[in-house]
Design a protein around this ligand. Structure first.
Ligand code: NAP
Length: 312
């Protein structure tokens, strides 16, 4: 087996790249496993206007490409493979990626979370072209337009309330007639004059793939099977996120919602030497800039761990 590495970073969103930039500049010669699809959730967005440093914003994919170049520039070894298995019970840790096996003294987990999607064929085609999974990121593009939010949990209502300050009208489509969201969020949304609820209803199709943008949706009432078309300019899917923690299950402590548990104020997981950064350990803020910040923390903490354990 090849020499033991000092740090392996798994995942390639803003958290992973920031960890890589810091680790590379600290001479830790990081190996980053970007996953077959690099770049994380920002690859699914268009213009990012809330990442500091870009006066007029930057396209999500362009931002991620730039971060990758910056990480590589300082000496990060980048491998476009998914980590398929890890063994965090041995020292050094073992990471498998396809046919290759790596050993490392520290690991930064930055595998992010994925927004759950409806699974409609039109959804992937129109993602970023009127469909979004993040109101804070994309709401601005729908100023004074008709917006629809799908979901009945806190995320959906938070998105709807945020969007009600921007859009002309916000419809919340929920598959049942009672909300899962907390009482306080329900109260706020139900009394908001701009928000209208469409109960017992699912989105059956999103229009219009031929035009390459969202123009409307076809809705189905699940009780009566009645269909209706409704014109909308923006569709926000807010049916929850799933942290990408499957390969870490049983290896580091997870919270009941499957996110990685970290010691508050740090990126330390339940396994010394294993750090978690970005959305994989954050179900609250979920912003590119907060992910980048925690990626920086993870690299600094890994560096200190290597020094303390004399494995640097
Ligand atoms: P969630 O609580 O799991 O709610 C998901 C919602 O989406 C549910 O209403 C669910 O319907 C609906 N849904 C799921 N799959 C669907 C599908 N395929 N088609 C249509 N609808 C579907 O997720 P969340 O809202 O993201 O919240 C996650 C956690 O974060 C919760 O603990 C929440 O309290 C917390 N959170 C808190 C805040 C806040 O306090 N401000 C903000 C955001 C999130 P059913 O109800 O029928 O299952």
């Amino acid at each position: 087996m090849a020499t033991t590495r000092r740090i392996i970073i798994i995942g390639s969103g803003p958290a992973g790249y920031t960890a890589a930039i810091y680790a590379a500049r600290a001479n830790l010669a990081p190996l980053m496993l970007t996953g077959a699809q690099y770049g994380g959730q920002l690859m699914l967005t268009t213009l990012v206007e809330n990442y500091p440093g870009f006066v007029e914003g930057i396209q999500g994919p362009e931002l991620m490409e730039t971060m990758q170049k910056q990480a590589a520039h300082f000496g990060t070894e980048i491998l476009a493979e998914d980590a398929t298995a890890v063994d965090l019970s041995t020292r050094p840790f073992v990471v498998k990626a396809g046919a290759q096996t790596f050993e490392s003294h520290t690991i930064v987990i930055a595998t992010g979370a994925s927004a759950k999607l409806l699974g409609l064929p039109a959804e992937s085609k129109l993602m970023g072209r009127g469909i979004s999974t993040c109101a804070t990121c994309d709401g601005f593009f729908f100023k004074d337009q008709n917006i629809m939010v799908v979901g009945g949990g806190d995320s959906a209502l938070e998105e709807a309330l945020y969007l009600s300050r921007l859009g002309r009208r916000v419809d919340v489509v929920h598959r049942r007639d009672t909300l899962r969201a907390s009482k306080i969020m329900q109260e706020r949304a139900l009394t908001n004059p701009k928000i209208e609820f469409i109960w017992n209803t699912v989105v059956e199709d999103i229009l219009d793939v031929a035009q390459g943008k969202v123009t409307g949706v076809r809705l189905k009432d699940v009780k009566t099977d009645a269909r209706q078309e409704r014109a909308v300019d923006g569709l926000f899917v807010a049916i929850g996120h799933q942290p990408n923690t499957e390969i870490f299950r049983g290896q580091v402590e997870l919270l009941p919602n499957d996110y990685i548990k970290v010691k508050p104020g740090t990126t330390q997981t339940s396994v010394p030497g294993v750090f978690a950064a970005g959305d994989v350990q954050d179900s609250t803020y979920r912003q590119a800039v907060t992910a980048a910040g925690s990626g920086c923390m993870a690299a600094l903490e890994a560096e200190r761990y290597l020094e303390a354990t004399d494995t640097h």
